[in-house]
Design a protein around this ligand. Structure first.
Ligand code: AMP
Length: 128
């Protein structure tokens, strides 16, 4: 796959400064098991799946979390959600859960925004 950062100096600079583990995945420094890639995002299987299907959708440009998102991020956030649904369909899921943990107290451990796509088993509510 062509490196989309090659076409955008801004994206290349953002990627170079990304000191999270997802930055390392985006730079190809550590492997992942991808299920979708386009110019704005990457989706790959979670290394510690909480269900038979557990995929993370991440933007190539780093957003720390939803709490820090700005109005100009609206298109990108919409794209991530549409890709999440596309990925779920691609996995054969008719029911699934999307989760975005924002902040350590909400369970965020990687400070590069990511949409969890979880499914393949009955999911209880409320979450813990
Ligand atoms: P959160 O707790 O919402 O920040 O979610 C971070 C997620 O990233 C967790 O579900 C981790 O299992 C997952 N994760 C961490 N490192 C990797 C990795 N190298 N490859 C795939 N998933 C990862």
């Amino acid at each position: 796959m062509a490196d989309p950062a090659a076409d955008s100096p801004e994206l290349a600079a953002d990627l170079a400064a990304n000191d999270t583990i997802f930055g390392r995945i985006l730079r190809g420094e550590i492997p992942c098991d991808p299920v979708h890639a386009d110019g704005r995002c990457l989706a790959f299987r979670d290394v510690a799946p909480q269900a038979p299907v557990h995929i993370l959708v991440i933007p190539r440009r780093r957003l720390v979390n939803l709490a820090e998102a700005q109005p100009e991020d609206a298109d990108l956030l919409g794209h991530l959600l549409l890709v999440a649904a596309q990925v779920a369909r691609g996995q054969g899921l008719t029911a699934f859960r999307t989760v975005i943990n924002s902040g350590a107290d909400a369970g965020q451990t990687v400070f590069h925004l990511h949409v969890h796509v979880i499914g393949g088993r009955p999911l209880a509510w409320p979450p813990g």
